[in-house]
Design a protein around this ligand. Structure first.
Ligand SMILES: *[C@@H]1O[C@H](CO)[C@@H](O)[C@H](O)[C@H]1NC(C)=O
Ligand SMILES: *[C@@H]1O[C@H](CO)[C@@H](O)[C@H](O)[C@H]1NC(C)=O
Ligand SMILES: *[C@@H]1O[C@H](CO)[C@@H](O)[C@H](O)[C@H]1NC(C)=O
Ligand SMILES: *[C@@H]1O[C@H](CO)[C@@H](O)[C@H](O)[C@H]1NC(C)=O
Ligand SMILES: [Cu+2]
Length: 727
């Protein structure tokens, strides 16, 4: 669903659309309709929350205005002053003093891991450095700036043939400008009966498909009609694709097929509450919310350190990854010591290939994090709906194309979640033992949403008091649809055939089949950095000696420690199952078991594309669901640092080919979560959320159930909130 973002984001380009978007948002009273959401820092007002908890007040006294923020932790993102300082340093650096480059990324260059690990609060911060990805005259410059000395400490120039940095909003606007100034384009649009004033164009990335588009930075432009609907995605102008050279500001190609395909009707496509004429046929729900009369149980200290129950971690927004959890430590339930679990975790790359060979579709194979940025495409969360009332909001602070800071307001929310679930329980028959024990499950969630064009990706990190960390991704928003000359299946030649291909989801609208893959970077540090990857193989044994047991077969667990990277390339199999443990081989429990955490995949999917298919080559990080690599701070982006139009020569798969040793050393775990998506009518006009995720669950990490002594809920502890019928 990602991709679409491309499409849309692009389109969000205000020209066409932002006014409408902001109007819609402002109707709900969430944001001042002051201009596009990504405006540069000086123009953005702190978002006003209405009906939600204000977090700038007494409850979070440490929350400071972004403009005055100073870094307090080695991993804190660059501040407004620091971003401005980096810009000044770049301006006086060759070759940028003559011509300032476009800034595609400007972020903290995190200190070495050892430095961060040995830092304690009160120590001076390690030198603050910035890593900048700048683009000038067809070349990408990777520049490291030391803020203390004011020096550029390293600069590397990369030619375009190795891929390009994330596109900027300005790239996309300028591509649209090129398209809109073409007479040929105007003619074909008008020839299809679409008024130019009704055009809404998207800017999907081009992928990489061999020499034709190599050597230039290219984006595709596809268009929709917004006549009669804000949901222009459902009204594609099928087969019209304009390939634009972003740097040279020229049209490379106009592909104008599919003229016989009508633009699908606007009817029933508007998803906004204000225009819905009828509520669904169901008993309406009474109001419901979580009450915390004593306030939340978590604190956000120094802007980024989250403390809740037995957890402590650093949380920050990131332009590319969206949200980064660092330094996650859990408190030992017996000793009270904070023990390391994960040094750093974030979604590293997405891969969203569409399954349609048409000229207007084959290239739709998006890598949303590296091409568009999950933080870059995040929009303010919608209070009370995206996040419950008891939420705390955190902004993102990034650099825009001119190197100046801008705010992504209310980008992350943190809240305690009580969904009525049970942490643990047991009851006994009272005549034997009088025991009816049960504990409520309350968790802590950090959430953000990336709206990558049409699709919305909801990213959650959830922390449980039993030591479990859950990562979850929810997909919602608009599916990417294709116009059809047929109104429905009855009229189509595929009527009554077995071949299904992509299904109709509305009249003249086909939901194109596609996949979504989200690859997580998980630098686990279980009680220290030196860890091993242990595969616990569950095997059937059929060699039971006759007469020993009426059973004929049994399941046994066998341990295999992965020695090199090859041993840790895992394809999941239901009938040849493994558990996957990250253990600290030098630390054992009271009973002699190595302390560890296991990776528990939820429902997932694997790519069926050939490994030599260009999209799969670029996204070779999805060839396995699990990989383990030795820690290397240059290897964090699974699709490569420069993944726009990349060819797949710098991916997790190529790194893993080195087959380095991974036993008892600092290692990084990678997990890819997948969805096959065959759209259906319920996905129209906006998709109900579909979720999946994975767990990181303690295994012999604690000496026993760490929440055995947790307190049950008692009536008198709870806010008064009776159900009328029950009372
Ligand atoms: C790298 O930095 C040096 C010293 O400032 C400068 O002379 C050189 O032009 C820079 N090269 C690039 C490619 O930025
Ligand atoms: C194409 O249409 C747009 C919108 O009406 C207009 O601004 C532009 O001048 C037209 N370009 C050409 C070359 O006709
Ligand atoms: C499609 O199938 C339906 C039901 O079998 C039938 O009524 C209709 O005539 C078929 N249409 C075509 C174009 O074959
Ligand atoms: C770390 O990663 C970079 C980029 O892939 C690579 O060039 C370098 O050789 C790696 N270092 C080690 C020690 O593997
Ligand atoms: Cu989908």
């Amino acid at each position: 669903m990602v991709t679409d973002r491309g499409d849309c984001l692009r389109s969000i380009l205000f020209f066409v659309f932002a006014a409408l978007l902001l109007f819609a948002v402002s109707k709900q009273g969430l944001i001042q309709p002051k201009g596009p959401w990504w405006l540069s820092f000086n123009n953005v007002r702190k978002v006003k929350l209405t009906g939600a908890v204000q977090h700038t007040g007494a409850m979070f006294p440490e929350f400071k205005n972004l403009a005055n923020q100073i870094p307090l932790h080695p991993l804190d993102p660059l501040t407004v002053q620091e971003i401005n300082r980096v810009r000044e340093i770049l301006v006086s650096h060759q070759p940028f003093s003559a011509s300032f480059p476009s800034i595609h990324s400007l972020e903290l260059d995190e200190p070495e891991k050892d430095t961060v690990l040995s830092w304690v609060k009160g120590d001076p911060l390690p030198p603050r450095k910035a890593f900048v990805i700048a683009y000038l005259n067809g070349q990408t410059h990777l520049v490291t700036v030391d803020l203390g000395s004011g020096q550029v400490t390293s600069n590397v120039t990369v030619p375009g043939s190795s891929g390009y940095p994330m596109v900027t909003t300005e790239d996309l606007i300028s591509a649209l400008r090129v398209v809109y100034s073409s007479g040929e384009f105007n003619k074909t649009v008008e020839g299809r009966g679409v008024k130019l004033s009704d055009l809404s164009c998207l800017t999907p990335s081009t992928g990489w498909f061999g020499p034709e588009e190599e050597g230039r930075r290219v984006v595709k432009v596809t268009c929709c009609s917004k006549e009669g609907t804000p949901n222009f995605y459902m009204r594609p102008i099928e087969g019209l694709v304009v390939t634009v050279d972003i740097d040279n500001q020229e049209i490379v190609k106009i592909s104008d097929t599919g003229r016989d395909i009508p633009i699908p009707p606007a009817k029933n496509t508007d998803y906004r509450y204000v225009v819905q004429k009828e509520s669904p046929k169901m008993q309406p729900l009474n109001p419901i919310s979580i009450e915390q009369p004593l306030g939340p149980s978590f604190r956000v200290e120094d802007g980024h350190i989250v403390r809740w129950a037995n957890w402590r971690f650093h949380l920050k927004a990131d332009q590319r990854a969206g949200m980064i959890i660092s330094h996650a430590k859990v408190q030992d339930s017996e000793t009270g010591e904070f023990r390391s679990v994960m040094y750093k975790g974030f979604p590293s790359e997405l891969f969203v290939p569409y399954m349609d060979l048409d000229e207007g579709w084959y290239f739709k194979t998006y890598m949303d994090a590296g091409e568009f940025g999950l933080g870059e495409t995040a929009m303010p969360l919608v209070p009370l709906n995206d996040c419950p009332r008891n939420s705390y909001y955190m902004d993102g602070l990034f650099a825009s194309v001119d190197g100046k800071p801008f705010v992504q307001p209310n980008m992350i929310c943190i809240f305690e979640k009580y969904a009525g679930d049970i942490n643990w329980r047991h009851s006994e028959v009272p005549i034997i033992v009088d025991a009816r024990e049960s504990r409520p499950k309350v968790t802590l969630v950090a959430r953000m949403v990336a709206t990558v064009g049409n699709y919305d990706y909801i990213f959650d990190w959830e922390f449980q008091t039993d030591g479990l960390i859950r990562a979850q991704v929810g997909l919602s928003g608009m599916i990417l649809v294709k116009g059809s000359p047929y109104e429905n299946l009855y009229q189509s030649p595929k009527n009554n055939t077995k071949e299904m291909s992509s299904p109709f989801v509305s009249e003249n609208v086909i939901g194109v089949i596609h996949d979504h893959y989200i690859t997580y970077y998980l630098d686990m540090d279980i009680d220290g950095s030196d860890n091993s990857f242990l595969k616990v193989h569950l095997e059937k044994e059929r060699t039971l000696p006759a007469g020993k047991s009426p059973r004929k077969s049994i399941m046994k667990a066998k341990r295999q420690v992965a020695v090199t990277e090859e041993d840790a390339r895992i394809k999941l199999k239901l009938y040849d199952p493994f558990e996957f443990h990250l253990i600290n081989p030098s630390k054992r429990s009271r009973l002699g078991n190595p302390v560890g955490y296991k990776l528990v995949p939820h429902g997932t999917a694997a790519s069926l594309l050939d490994h030599d298919d260009p999209p799969q080559l670029r996204a070779a990080f999805t060839n396995n669901q699990i990989w383990v690599t030795p820690y290397n701070r240059s290897e964090q982006w699974a699709g490569g640092l420069l993944s726009y139009q990349s060819k797949g020569d710098d991916t997790l798969a190529t790194w893993s080919e080195r087959n380095r040793p991974i036993e008892n050393r600092d290692i990084t775990l990678w997990y890819t979560l997948g969805f096959h998506h065959v759209p259906c009518q319920e996905d129209f006009p906006v998709m109900p959320t579909v979720s999946s995720g994975f767990d990181l669950k303690p295994v012999n990490f604690f000496q026993r159930n760490p929440i055995i002594a947790a307190k049950p809920n008692l009536q008198e502890d709870l806010p008064i909130c009776w159900s009328r019928q029950l009372h």
